[in-house]
Each structure stands twice: as C-alpha cells, then as structure tokens.
Design a protein around this ligand. Structure first.
Ligand code: SF4
Length: 460
C-alpha cells in the first residue's frame, strides 16, 4: 500500500503537508451556492479548477453538479479576468436563465488581483444582469482556509448581497446548518417543523443534491432556499448558526446588517448537541418540545445501554471538518469510547481549545491538531505510536485503515466509495442511532472475523 512506509517518529514540520485533511475553498463555495434555488455557481478562474470543484462534489453526491467557469487562459492571467467574467454573466443569463449566479474566486484570479465585486457592479451597469435576477460573489483563494471557509464565505455572501431588514418581523428562525449532507438539511427542517417552528434554512441542498430521478432533466432542481427567503432572513426573530467555522460569519453579518440576534451551537450530532439544539429552538420560538422527541431520545439511549460492552473504552482516531468533529467527539465520549486522536485540516484556534476541553472534562489523554500540518500523515504516525480500535473519517482514510487493519467508519466529506451518506442522516437522535448502529456493525463484523470457532457467537 501507498502508506506502508509511514513511521511512528513524529518530527516537527512547518513547510510540508502530506495528505491534507481538507480541500480547496471554492469546493465549499460551490456546495453552498447549490443550496440556493435556481442558482448556477460560477468559478472565476481556469477551467481546470472548475472541473476539479465540480468533480469533487459530483463524486461525493453522485449527482451532476453544474457550474460556469471564466475559462482563464494566458491572456486573462496577465491582463485580468474582467472581460471573461462579463462575457460569462451575459452568456449564463442568456443561455441557462438562472435566478442567481454565485461567483467565487480561485487562487489564480485572487493572485492577479481581480475585484469580483467591482466587476459584478460593472455587469449590472452594462445591463448584463436581467431585471429581477441577482449576482453574488465570495472571495475564496485556496492558499488560505479550506473547503469549510469557502462554504462560510459563500453563506456570508448570501446575507451580504440579499438579506434586508424591512422593519416587519416574519416570525421565523434562521437556521444555518453548516456543511452537512442534503439529508441532514432535511432532518434539521424536519425537527423544526415537528416543533412547529417556522424557519428559513440556508443554504439548503436537500432536493438539489439528492434529487429524485423523475425521467426528465431539471437544470434547477426543486430544492434550495429561495432568493425571497434569503431577503426575508433579515426580518427573522433569531438565527441559530450551527458550527462556528462554517456558519458563524453569516450569522454575525446578519446581526450587524439587519439586527437579528444569533447564537452559535454545535451541529446536532449525538445526544447532547441535539438536546441543546432542540432546547434552543423551543426557547427561541416559545414552543413546547413534543413528547415523541423524548421517545426517540430514549430509544437511542436504550440501544447504547444494551450494547455498552462493545463500545466501552474503545480507542478511536477521527479526522475531518471541525464543526462535525466537535460534536462527534462529544458523542463518542458519551458512548464511553475514547476519541484519542482528533485531526482537522481547517485552521482556527477554537477547534483545539474545544477538543482539549472535552478531553479534560472526560479524562482523556488524547492528541488534537488542526491547520495546515494537521494531515493524515501525522494521524497515521500517532496511530503507529499507539494503536486504535476504530478509524472515522472520509474515504481517504481507507489507506490507513487497510495498512493498519482497522475497522473504518466513513464519515464527512468526501465519501467516494460508498453510498447512503447523502440519504441517511447522522443528525438528531435518529442520526445518532445510525452512527451507533454503524460503529457496532463494524465491531461485530470484526469480532466475527477474528473469533476462533469455539467463540463464534450467534447472539451478540
Ligand atoms: S488552483 Fe486553487 S482554486 Fe484551483 S483547484 Fe487548485 S487549489 Fe483549488
């Protein structure tokens, strides 16, 4: 295998990242843009960048992802990409007729200094944006941040360009879900609906990147937050931003621009984060928590209690996106497992601080790192130093899992070699049960594989 020469000798590195736990900013900006109804994302850079961003999303979601590109060649790289973008805006509205174009920059267009905002103002002035249509933009150079910061920048752009405080409350709660699967977006809406909380979820990729096959091509699938809803987000009573890395910036700007109060919560992964989300919804909208949530929670606790002996004390290595890893680590700790190695490629001080707090609270002697040198090579070295019982992370973890003969739970982005992640939620109590079921399935399979004949159990 490719990684078989990894050693346990951890050397301090500064200039080299090996197998990063992240991808580039525009991938996140494109994913967020797809969560607006009738939106065509546009990549301001070379065709190669756009092809990569689209293929990363297509391979994960198994859906065609469409996007425009400014098609930079040598000329644009030297003289700037303004002419290309103006032409692109004109072509896209004329040929593909979206409601909105969401433009993000790339390494190249940022390096040559293109000012997206100024170019798009010129597009408006030149009459290239038809009446009633919109163009928004986000800066997403990939030599900083990650796909998560790119996602955050595009969600912030939705607020910056569209949300307005009309002075009349719409009585709704804004829900900013962060980078989660389309089924997770649906789950968040479903929880709010079951509680009777009117909401605006943005972005919303449900029914866009898990759209049903209906026998005819729909350029713009039925899902996505509408432009009208994004405008109205400025009239909402409160904003719940899920995950500080992907959602806080938009909530902060909405507060500054439209005076909508907000709170940042964890993405509702596991019992405690779901409890906090449901209680906040209840408190914000002044509604009771329906009793079926209590039953759902109770069923999850029952399964955990029944199977506790398979979970207790198991050492886990996890890698992925920070907003997901924080509540997942907390959930694993609640399962009496030991998430000892936690790695995220997205930079930001809050991550290490929060994970260390959790280690301390639950008495775990663990290691955590994020940022550029927090890569899968380091995670592999830690696993070499002292083994784990389970690895959790995206598809790229399969190489480590194979080399170290580890049970491997695919979780996060990207997952290229399995299906189900976009359809079966891991959020809420229902999603918690799915995580537990998957972990237990891995442990049970491993036990079956390794058990000598006299200990091969029928009932586990
Ligand atoms: S050049 Fe930059 S924006 Fe383009 S694919 Fe590479 S990292 Fe992403």
């Amino acid at each position: 295998m490719l990684l078989r020469h990894t050693t346990a000798d951890v050397v301090e590195r500064e200039g080299l990242t090996i197998n990063p736990v992240k991808t580039c900013q525009p991938v996140g900006a494109m994913y967020a843009a797809l969560g607006i109804h009738g939106c065509l994302p546009h990549s301001h850079g070379s065709q190669g960048c756009c092809a990569y961003h689209r293929s990363a999303l297509t391979r994960h979601y198994k859906e065609p992802v469409m996007a425009g590109t400014s098609s930079f060649t040598e000329g644009a790289s030297v003289f700037g990409g303004q002419a290309n973008l103006l032409q692109a805006v004109n072509n896209i509205f004329t040929i593909y007729d979206p409601e909105i174009i969401a433009v993000h920059s790339t390494c190249l267009s940022e390096t040559i200094g293109d000012d997206l905002n100024q170019i798009l103002i010129k597009a408006q002035e030149d009459g290239k944006v038809p009446e009633g249509k919109s163009v928004i933009s986000a800066p997403t150079p990939s030599y900083v941040g990650s796909h998560i910061t790119g996602f955050s920048a595009m969600v912030e752009a939705m607020v910056k360009y569209l949300s307005i405080n009309s002075g009349k409350s719409n009585g709704k709660v804004n829900l900013i879900p962060g980078w989660v699967e389309p089924c997770d977006m649906r789950q968040i809406k479903s929880i709010a609906k079951r509680m009777g909380v009117e909401n605006i979820l943005f972005p919303d990729t449900s029914d866009v990147l898990d759209a049903p096959l209906i026998g005819k091509h729909q350029m713009y699938p039925d899902g996505g937050v509408t432009k009208e809803e994004l405008v109205s987000a400025g009239d909402s009573i409160f904003t719940i931003a899920m995950g500080s890395f992907a959602s806080e910036q938009a909530a902060k700007l909405l507060n500054k621009k439209c005076n909508v109060d907000y709170e940042v919560l964890d993405i509702p992964v596991g019992i405690k984060a779901t409890d906090r989300f449901i209680m906040k919804l209840s408190q914000t909208a002044g509604v009771e928590v329906p009793s079926d949530f209590k039953s759902e929670r109770g069923r999850l606790v029952d399964v955990i209690t029944d199977q506790e002996q398979y979970l207790h004390g198991k050492r886990v290595a996890i890698f992925g996106d920070p907003d997901q890893l924080i509540p997942l680590t907390e959930f694993l700790l609640d399962l009496n497992m030991e998430p000892v190695y936690v790695v995220s490629g997205t930079p930001g001080k809050y991550f290490e601080k929060r994970i260390k707090e959790l280690f301390e609270q639950y008495g775990i002697d663990g290691k955590v790192k994020n940022g550029p040198q927090a890569d899968m090579f380091l995670l592999h070295q830690w696993i070499k130093e002292q083994g784990v019982d389970l690895l959790i992370g995206n598809t790229y973890g399969k190489y480590i899992a194979r080399d170290e003969d580890l049970p491997f739970l695919r979780y996060g982005f990207p997952i290229y070699d399995r299906v189900g992640h976009s359809y079966f939620t891991t959020l809420g109590y229902e999603g918690g049960l799915r995580i537990v079921e998957k972990i237990l399935g891995l442990f049970h399979d491993r036990q079956d594989r390794d058990a000598p004949e006299e200990r091969f159990e029928l009932v586990m």
